[in-house]
Design a protein around this ligand. Structure first.
Ligand SMILES: Cc1cc2nc3c(=O)[nH]c(=O)nc-3n(C[C@H](O)[C@H](O)[C@H](O)COP(=O)(O)OP(=O)(O)OC[C@H]3O[C@@H](n4cnc5c(N)ncnc54)[C@H](O)[C@@H]3O)c2cc1C
Length: 389
């Protein structure tokens, strides 16, 4: 059986990007969000690290994130510890934040179809898109829309279906164990690199609900190891002791995939637009993308409204805004990403030692992939200094 629905904008993906586009569409435009998962924000596929100032700017309620004021980096032999004063980190209640974003959608103009997968689409002679989606019980629905937003994350489901793009051929794959926090300080986050997380990095993040997320991400195909194998070795070899964490017998497992490819500024393909991970917006240094998915999702919602209301420059503005914000920084960031993915544990030791000489502001700029001229000059200078020594 096939039923037909009509809307102005079909949004594929109910992650932070898709939900944010939907919530910022004008009330006079109707949208449908199709989301293949049965619930918003579940299963969790991300670790939720972010920054307090961004959460405040985006209006995320403070009970939905844990403030972090100690960020420690570890390699096999070195440590760099930062008391974070000026730009505090935070860890989100991921499900809570995504559900908050969904609650900002208006029930008058938007429809959320959970447990529904976008399958294919084609453009009719009248320019409208005719898309087919399938619910978990196998029922197919045809959706007619003027525009489609690809917010399907690394799947790039719409671009792939329409032959406009393809899935990324290099990805970060991560696994995370979540369990009660016990002895770990609730305001301290840890990032670790070296032999326990080759090609990628590991993290220990305390959550607002007194849990700890221990995760490891690696880059495929730079390594053909699965993150689960790397995590199993981490646990088996007792590395958790170094960070004062106890892994219980029972824990929740989260896992996810993120693109790790160069930034491509093309975001608009006629009336098809991509955003969030489908547009490779996450930072190339640590793969942090939630705040960016929300910010640019909201921008896109507003620009789609202007476009549908007749502003011929609106989508171009969205594309240009993103290009200004990401192109230069992400070029440096991606070069760095490629280089450090090949670091040996000994090379990581040198880098973490060098990191310990950075100020808090320089460290946060690197983590956020903000490559201001000053940060680059200072990093190169420290590198030269280390070589001279
Ligand atoms: C292991 C890991 C750790 C991370 N840690 C952090 C972090 O600490 N901080 C941070 O900010 N970012 C982090 N990220 C990145 C962050 O998760 C992403 O940048 C963010 O989720 C992007 O949001 P999005 O809405 O674009 O995509 P997604 O969150 O991927 O949402 C897209 C949704 O679309 C759905 N979908 C896909 N295909 C279809 C289809 N055909 N039909 C219907 N629905 C579909 C998917 O089920 C998915 O839920 C991490 C990523 C990974 C993988």
């Amino acid at each position: 059986m096939s039923a037909d629905l009509i809307c102005d904008v079909l949004i594929v993906g109910g992650g932070p990007a898709g939900l944010s586009v939907a919530s910022h569409l004008g009330r006079h435009h109707r949208c449908i969000v199709v989301h293949q998962d049965l619930e918003i924000g579940k299963p969790v596929r991300t670790s939720g690290g972010t920054w307090v100032r961004d959460m405040q700017a985006l209006g995320i309620p403070s009970e939905l994130y844990q403030t972090i004021d100690q960020l420690d980096f570890f390699s096999d032999q070195e440590e760099a510890r930062f008391a974070v004063q000026d730009d505090k980190m935070a860890v989100m209640d991921v499900t809570g934040v995504y559900q908050h974003l969904a609650s900002e959608m208006s029930s008058q103009n938007s429809q959320l179809m959970l447990g529904t997968k976008f399958l294919r689409s084609e453009q009719g002679a009248d320019g409208q898109y005719v898309s087919v989606v399938r619910s978990r019980d196998g029922a197919e629905t045809t959706i007619h829309s003027q525009m489609i937003v690809d917010a399907s994350g690394w799947h790039c489901a719409v671009l792939t279906a329409l032959g406009l793009g393809q899935k990324p051929d290099r990805v970060g794959v991560g696994i995370e164990y979540e369990f009660p926090i016990r002895n770990h300080a609730p305001n301290r986050a840890v990032l670790f690199v070296g032999s326990t997380a080759l090609t990628g990095y590991g993290w220990i993040f305390p959550t607002p609900d007194q849990k700890l997320r221990l995760g490891i991400g690696v880059i495929n195909p730079d390594t053909d190891l699965s993150p689960r194998k790397v995590m199993d070795a981490f646990v088996r070899e007792g590395h958790a002791d170094r960070y004062n964490i106890e892994i219980p017998e029972d824990y929740e497992v989260n896992s996810g995939i993120i693109p790790s490819i160069p930034y491509d500024p093309t975001l608009v393909y006629g009336n098809v637009v991509r955003t969030g991970d489908a547009a490779n917006f996450a930072t190339p240094t640590v793969g942090e993308g939630i705040r960016i998915a929300i910010e640019f999702g909201r921008k896109l919602g507003a620009e789609i409204t202007a476009h549908l209301d007749g502003d011929a420059q609106a989508l171009r503005r969205y594309e240009k805004d993103a290009e200004r914000r990401f192109k230069r920084d992400y070029k440096f960031g991606f070069q760095m990403n490629k280089r450090i993915a090949g670091y040996t544990p000994a090379r990581w030791d040198k880098s973490v030692k060098r990191l310990s000489r950075l100020s808090e502001l320089e460290m946060t700029a690197l983590v956020r992939s903000n490559f201001h001229f000053r940060t680059i000059v200072r990093t190169v200078w420290l590198s030269l200094l280390a070589k001279l020594k």
